[in-house]
Design a protein around this ligand. Structure first.
Ligand SMILES: Nc1ncnc2c1ncn2[C@@H]1O[C@H](COP(=O)(O)OP(=O)(O)OP(=O)(O)O)[C@@H](O)[C@H]1O
Ligand SMILES: [Mg+2]
Length: 310
């Protein structure tokens, strides 16, 4: 079992009557990339501020490598690097001057260490230019470099893919994967862009209104048996076909354009198709479709907010 780098225990945060975090509990391990996914206002940044010690919880505790952020702040935060939404950088200094400055606040960082980090984030070519000439993506990379200076065991990123173009996202993904695999860093990142997390995270928590609704490994999400698969039937009168399937065959039905989408139950499939044909419907084609993580996520949010709908 690898080391627990983050342990969130019974964490609550209230702003007056508003309960922003409700009794959260979860863990992140060394080498694991943990995605914390939730819509705007869910409480992601609030949680990250508490993990980083920038804000105090109403109750509960955060442990980083076994040290309590609330009781043992200095020792706890010695093990983390944080990239907030808008990282604080000095625009009139060069990238390297920024890093040298932040490095001077931490003991024992050598020039070689800084050069290595600059390479890791891919800023070699522009590191001696002033930050005010940087693009948004380059500033984000410099922010990441700054967070890596103390060689953290836990790296925390708040919506790191926000504002990056496709290449930026791909490069960030590659960098984070290397950090987790080679340096055995635990990585905790928040996002509301699910498709980007799908390819990166080992574990995903779906979070809304202060609570984790669902937490699973990516393998679970993606390969989880037949419940992630559905049949799509392209047909000339999808409304009519949908009614027959739900009323006569008792299945949940979804209409999408000229298709009816039904649960993946191979035993019932032939019956259904024959029935539709008997009723003179024309079937143009059938296929198996897999739910994306995005579909699953939206379903879970809908279910929890409005009750189960089918
Ligand atoms: N200082 C504060 N005082 C009162 N309410 C706050 C404060 N900070 C945050 N909140 C509230 O807490 C809730 C969660 O906010 P938070 O910024 O953590 O959400 P988020 O998940 O990061 O959203 P986004 O995706 O928009 O960044 C919101 O309802 C917000 O209004
Ligand atoms: Mg936020």
């Amino acid at each position: 079992m690898s080391e627990k780098v983050l342990d969130i225990v019974n964490l609550n945060k209230f702003y007056g009557e508003r309960k922003v975090l409700k009794n959260l509990n979860f863990e992140v391990y060394a080498g694991e990339i943990f995605g914390f996914i939730g819509p705007n206002g869910a409480g992601k940044s609030t949680l990250i501020r508490i993990i980083s010690g920038l804000s105090a919880p109403t109750s509960g505790e955060v442990f980083i490598c076994g040290k309590s952020v609330q009781k043992n702040f200095e020792q706890a935060v010695a093990n983390i690097g944080v990239v907030m939404e808008n990282c604080q950088l000095y625009a009139y200094m060069t990238g390297r001057q920024n890093l040298n400055y932040f490095a001077s606040l931490i003991k024992g960082i050598k020039k070689d260490d800084i050069d290595r980090i600059i390479k890791t984030v891919g800023l070699e070519n522009r590191i001696d230019d002033k930050v005010k000439t940087y693009s948004y993506g380059m500033r984000q990379r410099l922010g990441l470099a700054q967070a890596l200076l103390n060689n953290p065991k836990l790296l925390i990123l708040d919506e790191p893919t926000n504002g990056l173009d496709v290449n930026g996202v791909i490069e960030l993904r590659r960098t984070l994967k290397i950090l987790a695999a080679k340096n055995n860093m635990g990585i905790f990142m928040s996002s509301h862009v699910l498709s980007e997390m799908e390819q990166l995270c080992d574990t995903v928590a779906i979070f809304d209104r202060g609570s984790i609704l669902e937490m699973r490994t990516m393998d679970d999400f993606q390969n989880n048996s037949n419940s992630q698969k559905r049949f799509r039937i392209r047909v000339d009168y999808p409304n009519y076909a949908g009614k027959i399937i739900s009323l006569k065959h008792g299945l949940d039905v979804e209409l999408a354009g000229n298709s009816v989408i039904i649960p993946y139950i191979p035993e019932k499939f032939d019956d259904i198709i024959n029935d539709l044909r008997r009723r003179n419907l024309t079937i143009y084609g059938t296929s198996v479709v897999t739910k994306s993580l995005e579909d699953i996520y939206l379903e879970i949010l809908k279910e929890r907010r409005y009750g189960k709908i089918s």
